[in-house]
Design a protein around this ligand. Structure first.
Ligand code: NAD
Length: 273
């Protein structure tokens, strides 16, 4: 989609971090906004309106199909859809509790599935638009200690790739991108703030608590800002580019994974390459 001015972008997880930065970057392009989050959106609505565009806000839990459908219906004619809301929880594959798996699969995978099911038919009907699904480098490599998160992000990459093929096969003009950043300073390491009580976290092992502390540091020291990532999304949408790999240094680890698969070798630890 080359021309963005005067069009409408729908963004989930828009209250904080990457979603908030995308809303601001789209406002800079002259786009109106439909914003969704479980957290308050007043601050971001005021910030985008100060740029002279219109914004609507809706409280939406993306893990719930009816809420995402209601968001799509209320948003009206939309051109750009960012299925971005996401959470993080750490743990070795056998240590993540059923509640951990349910919570993270609900937001990170079902959230994107609901977004695609609610919005894609609308974009296809108008034969114009673009979807951006937020995955992560954890959708392209599988670092240890974050089994559930890796599973959700690999799922978002697979869903996005298949969506791309499906749209091409049907001759649609609708575009797709999958966003795969590495560490960016946001509130992702405080994801527990939005965990529903009925899916409360259990005890974490000392190894997981140590990983959590490392992750918090790594996220806080990410060199690119949320604004940098949002501007990369704007460029990719304009250029109709599918993969958005904002951190090129990670490509060595992606290549190593691909080589290990093709050579049928055991996977190397991407954090030790
Ligand atoms: N920050 C990073 O280092 C990084 C790296 C790669 C990918 N990502 C991905 O970027 C996306 C955005 O995360 P962020 O880093 O901006 O974190 P963030 O915590 O700052 O923002 C996430 C937003 O999602 C919202 N949210 C959480 N659960 C929700 C739900 N059930 N329904 C609707 N909204 C919900 C939160 O309220 C918050 O506003 C996530 O999908 C995350 O996995 C982040």
């Amino acid at each position: 989609m080359h021309a963005l001015r005067g069009k409408v972008a729908a963004v989930t997880g828009a209250a904080s971090g990457l979603g908030r930065a995308m809303a601001l970057a789209f406002a800079d392009e002259g786009m109106d906004l439909a914003l969704a989050d479980v957290e308050g959106l007043q601050e971001v609505v005021a910030a985008v309106e100060a740029k002279g565009v219109k914004a609507t806000a809706m409280k939406v839990d993306v893990s719930k199909a009816q809420e995402v459908e209601a968001f799509a219906a209320a948003a009206g004619k939309v051109h750009l859809v960012c299925n971005n809301a996401g959470v993080s929880t750490l743990g070795a594959a056998w240590e993540c509790s059923v509640a951990d798996w349910q919570w993270i699969l609900g937001v990170n995978v079902w959230g994107v599935i609901h977004g695609v099911r609610a919005f894609a038919p609308r974009l296809i009907a108008q034969n114009e638009g673009h979807l951006v699904n937020t995955a992560s480098v954890a959708g392209l490599i599988s670092p240890p200690g974050s089994a559930a998160y890796n599973v959700t992000k690999h799922a978002v990459v697979a869903l996005s790739e298949t969506l791309y093929h499906d749209l091409r096969e049907r001759g649609s003009a609708v575009g797709v991108s999958v966003l795969c950043p590495a560490y960016v300073p946001t509130r992702i390491s405080e994801s527990e703030r939005n965990r529903p009580k009925e899916l409360a976290a259990g005890e974490k092992s000392s190894a997981t608590l140590a990983k959590q502390a490392m992750l918090k540091k790594a996220v806080a020291s990410g060199r690119l800002s949320a604004g940098d990532i949002a501007r990369a999304v704007v460029s990719a949408v304009k250029e109709n580019r599918f993969y958005i790999l904002t951190h090129p240094r990670i490509k060595g680890a992606i290549r190593a994974r691909m080589e290990d698969i093709l050579e049928e070798r055991a996977p190397r630890d991407p954090l030790r390459l």
